[in-house]
Design a protein around this ligand. Structure first.
Ligand SMILES: Cc1cc2nc3c(=O)[nH]c(=O)nc-3n(C[C@H](O)[C@H](O)[C@H](O)COP(=O)(O)OP(=O)(O)OC[C@H]3O[C@@H](n4cnc5c(N)ncnc54)[C@H](O)[C@@H]3O)c2cc1C
Length: 384
């Protein structure tokens, strides 16, 4: 076991931190006030090699291991988890899904463009009646000769409104349950495909979500990705990578809250001394630091297992669940330490507090991860 970062990891950490300071933070407050995602950030990340660190070099990624990728994501999310998630989500979940299940032709057509930031790819699983339970997917795919006819709605899709291409899951035969599910890819401009921004968020205001509507949308057979019945299995590694990204993002968010709180507690004077000199504030800071550090090592540990292709189902749930709950708790304490100033967006803690609640939902809710851990330990089914 070696807990030291390599020279390369330190270099990527510093690069990502500098990028966050120079490219995300200066416009963040205004963008969040307008609930706007600046998608220009995607190309800028790609130019620095930070958009798709984990993707193979063959498809214009950097081919880095997951620990190094986590270190990059942690730094970017220290500025904004919502902005980073919207920017990197294409190369994470849907691109990994395409990498695992697509034909060579499909991969060559889309993946390099996604990893270079020239094409925005969304992954659409969730529907109004199918959230944590994907077996409820109702988007219907009906085969007619050499075409598929698609009808249905997807919701809460990252970059749904602006995506150039969408990888989505549909149901070919309801009576077969998840064995009827299949993945497709669709390009914007296809007749019958429309999308709408989902506004009015109380959190993740720098990010981007949209709903999709497919109305008698015709797709040629070559737009099918993988085999019927394998859609959820094929999506698993991409979902796993998204969970790792979110765990890392939560660590970055919590660290940023801790750093701000330490700085603030040293300079804010009440009752004749810096508030950090009061023992109850020190206790809070100590607890915030300890929980953040624990979340970081759970995340690095599962990133290492994933890099080495070692089974890590419960370890991923430990990391995603604990890091998200830690981010929410640490951010809420950070707002309290900043007092009323913390409730305005002049300090970073307010927006982190807002984003942290969403981080507990996407990538699997806390309950889904608790059930996964329980199921793995007890070897008893918990979902059905
Ligand atoms: C910012 C953002 C971006 C997103 N991006 C995407 C995207 O790109 N693509 C995509 O497909 N989706 C996306 N989503 C959707 C996200 O994946 C879902 O919101 C998430 O899976 C939860 O589904 P739900 O919101 O329908 O909640 P539900 O599944 O309805 O859950 C509601 C509550 O019930 C609890 N619950 C449900 N079942 C159980 C059970 N068996 N036992 C105990 N508790 C239970 C849950 O834990 C939760 O607390 C995004 C969401 C957000 C907020």
């Amino acid at each position: 076991m070696d807990f030291e970062l390599t020279g390369e990891q330190r270099m990527f950490r510093d690069m990502a931190r500098k990028f966050a300071e120079q490219e995300i933070l200066p416009t963040l407050k205004e963008n969040e006030r307008q609930e706007k995602f600046d998608h220009g950030i995607i190309k800028k990340l790609a130019e620095q090699g930070l958009l798709a660190p984990h993707m193979p070099e063959e498809y214009a990624g950097l081919g880095l291991d997951y620990v190094t990728s986590v270190i990059i994501w942690e730094q970017l999310c220290g500025a904004s988890l919502a902005v980073t998630q919207a920017a990197v989500s294409g190369p994470i979940q849907p691109a990994t899904n395409l990498l695992d299940a697509g034909s060579e032709e499909q991969k060559k057509k889309f993946l390099p463009l996604v990893c270079k930031g020239d094409l925005i790819l969304s992954g659409a699983v969730v529907e109004p009646a199918a959230g944590s339970d994907s077996s409820m997917i109702e988007t219907a795919a009906v085969r007619k000769g050499n075409r598929w006819i698609i009808n249905g709605t997807k919701t809460f899709i990252t970059n749904g409104e602006i995506a150039d291409v969408v990888l989505f899951i549909a149901q070919t035969d309801k009576s077969k349950g998840i064995k009827g599910l299949v993945t497709f890819i669709v390009e914007r401009g296809t007749p019958g495909f429309s999308s709408k921004a989902q506004k009015g968020r109380i959190s993740w205001r720098g990010g981007s979500e949209g709903s999709l509507r497919f109305t008698d949308m015709e797709l040629p057979l070559e737009n099918q990705i993988g085999e019927i019945g394998r859609a959820l299995k094929d999506a698993l590694r991409g979902i796993d990578t998204a969970r790792l990204f979110l765990a890392a993002g939560c660590v970055g968010l919590a660290q940023s809250c801790l750093d701000s709180s330490i700085e603030y507690a040293k300079q804010r004077v009440q009752f004749g001394k810096p508030i950090g000199g009061h023992q109850l504030v020190q206790e809070l800071i100590a607890e915030m630091a300890t929980r953040t550090e624990a979340a970081r090592w759970l995340t690095y540990r599962v990133a290492d297992l994933k890099s080495r292709n070692v089974r890590h189902i419960k370890e991923m749930s430990y990391a995603k669940y604990f890091a998200a709950e830690t981010a929410l708790w640490v951010a809420s304490q950070a707002v309290k330490i900043h007092g009323s100033y913390g409730t305005f967006d002049d300090y970073p803690v307010g927006h982190h507090y807002q984003d942290a609640i969403t981080a507990t939902i996407l990538g699997g809710t806390a309950q889904m991860h608790q059930l996964t851990i329980g199921q793995q330990l007890l070897e008893l089914a918990a979902f059905k």
